[in-house]
Design a protein around this ligand. Structure first.
Ligand SMILES: [Zn+2]
Length: 546
């Protein structure tokens, strides 16, 4: 086929780029007919996702001459896909997206061999992924993105001197869209910023505070969430879990939410909005998909042929008001959870009160980790110990009791390494616990001038002297790590509106402070056992007495 196909006039525009040199060539580029031949005969591309972006990507790549394309998608076609996922027709509803898309492209663009995989990306291991020259993803899931990112990083090989074997790099081109916004990025695993390096770019999942939902709803979304979270469980109208795909369920939620909205004079509720909130649907805009897929396909072409420097490395696109785009270089994070070998450190200042559940909540909620359902193991005295694992029922039951124990009670120590397994990464990641000492710093603010005493200057006598000075207006107490800092107004005068109970000082910090100042008796931090008091003794000294 090669001869005839390569000479086909329709590739004339590609030949102009691939068979002539130009000002934007990379150092690796040699103009030659073999560039097009490589692209058509040898180059293997994997497209992850056959949805809005995936359909565009398959079309773009096939029309650019790529012949060997695999596509992987676990979803089936739904009616609501048809407005933009143009490889699908009404008769295809219920069928595999990957299979229908592959068949469509293979029929429409002769000579193209798209191989479908109707499954999850997690169903394959590295032996599947290492077959590809380039992987391009059009996913709507952050977990799946992080998983493929982790997979490509785990496939990197290193030379004896620790340098990266560049032939083990499989570039990942990642596209994403959300309504009128989109982004495209080029990731060279091990070399440039990976998905986890820039995890904080992903907006946190929208969640409304429960008290707002329950007591002071202001938005139609609040009413829907109320019905979803509280009313459904209470009334359980269909004797089953709420299913956002079931029209009867959606209608029930819609009607109840409307009642609630009427009570609070909230307008703007609609059936569509109910669907959106229940299923976390973000409206898809096909023109955004087209642009982002085109950018991604162009990057695949640039990398496959070396005809031009690839995007370095993050492009942002926005078509809300006109068209706007720019690119910047996202930076590789030296302690990235996925692509650095340095264990991520978690600072903990209260290991005696922090429970394992608190730690798990932190791993799920913090923008740096954003884990989904972490399983934790560690090694204590050379023995492996499973702290918590929810995936296996019998282990979950055995380890459930650990959740309410403090880190101290679990015999975890400063510097303890925890092995964390989670859906966001095919490999186990290591985190290190750092128990921080509770230092105390005291600030005096005198008029407009703030004086910051370091721990030496803050000797007991200095503190007491400072407290007795009349012009002292405000005093801050700060414990490390800073949990809360309260200005204490008008100290030393007659206005005594300072409430020690508002100070959020951990037990450890209090012990520290007491050790330092107790001899003088004037300044004592401690848990106030009742009593109204304002924190001052009869002499005007500050007292946090027991
Ligand atoms: Zn990284």
């Amino acid at each position: 086929m090669a001869e005839i196909e390569l000479n086909n006039k329709k590739w004339g525009h590609l030949k102009k780029i691939l068979e002539r040199s130009g000002p934007f060539d990379t150092v690796n580029f040699t103009p030659s007919p073999s560039n097009l031949e490589f692209l058509m005969t040898s180059c293997k591309i994997l497209v992850i996702g056959a949805g809005g972006l995936g359909c565009e990507l398959l079309k773009d790549l096939a029309m650019m001459g790529f012949k060997n394309i695999d596509v992987i998608d676990m979803d089936t076609i739904e009616l609501s896909n048809l407005n933009r996922q143009f490889l699908f027709r009404r008769k295809d509803i219920g069928a595999s997206k990957a299979q229908v898309a592959a068949e469509f492209i293979n029929n429409r663009i002769p000579g193209t061999k798209v191989t479908p995989h109707f499954c999850k990306i997690q169903d394959y291991d590295d032996s599947f992924y290492q077959d590809f020259h380039i992987i391009v993803s059009g996913l709507d899931s952050i977990v799946a993105r992080r998983w493929i990112n982790g997979m490509l990083i785990s496939m990197l090989r290193y030379e004896d001197d620790g340098s990266l074997d560049q032939t083990s790099i499989i570039p990942l081109i990642d596209g994403g869209t959300e309504g009128f916004k989109g982004n495209a990025r080029v990731i060279l695993p091990g070399m440039t910023a990976c998905i986890d390096c820039t995890l904080d770019l992903f907006p946190p999942q929208i969640s409304y505070p429960l008290c707002t939902i329950a007591n002071t709803p202001r938005l139609p979304e609040h009413c829907i969430e109320y019905v979803k979270i509280i009313q459904w469980d209470k009334e359980n109208p269909f004797k089953c879990a709420l299913d956002g795909d079931d029209p009867e369920h959606v209608t029930w939620v819609y009607e109840k939410a409307q009642d609630r909205a009427n009570c609070f004079n909230i307008t703007g509720l609609s059936y569509r909005l109910v669907q959106g909130v229940l299923k976390h649907i973000i409206p898809a805009v096909s023109s955004t998909n087209s642009v982002i897929a085109a950018v991604c396909a162009t990057e695949v072409f640039k990398i496959a042929t070396s005809c031009y420097e690839p995007l370095n490395n993050y492009l942002v696109f926005n078509d809300i008001d006109g068209i706007y785009t720019y690119k910047y270089e996202a930076e590789k994070k030296s302690d990235c959870l996925a692509c650095s070998s340095i264990p991520k450190v978690i600072s903990i200042n209260n290991p005696s009160s922090m429970t394992l559940q608190d730690l798990i909540d932190y791993l799920c909620d913090s923008s740096e980790f954003q884990l989904k359902n972490p399983a934790l193991t560690t090694s204590i005295d050379g023995k492996n110990k499973t702290l918590y694992m929810s995936a296996v029922k019998s282990i979950e039951e055995q380890t459930r009791g650990n959740l309410t124990q403090s880190l101290h009670e679990l015999n975890l120590v400063d510097g303890q390494q925890l092995m964390v397994a989670d859906a966001t990464n095919p490999n186990t990641i290591v985190v290190k616990l750092k128990f921080t000492a509770n230092e105390v710093e005291i600030f005096f603010v005198t008029g407009a001038q703030a004086k910051h005493l370091n721990s030496e200057e803050a000797s007991p006598q200095n503190v007491i002297d400072g407290l007795q000075k009349q012009p002292t207006q405000t005093i801050f107490f700060k414990t490390y790590p800073v949990r809360r800092m309260k200005p204490l107004n008008s100290f030393g005068g007659y206005k005594r509106n300072f409430k020690p109970s508002e100070l959020d000082i951990s037990d450890d910090a209090i012990n520290e402070i007491e050790k330092r100042f107790d001899d003088y008796g004037h300044l004592r931090f401690g848990k106030r056992g009742g009593g109204e008091g304002d924190g001052f003794d009869d002499y005007g000294h500050m007292r946090f007495g027991r």
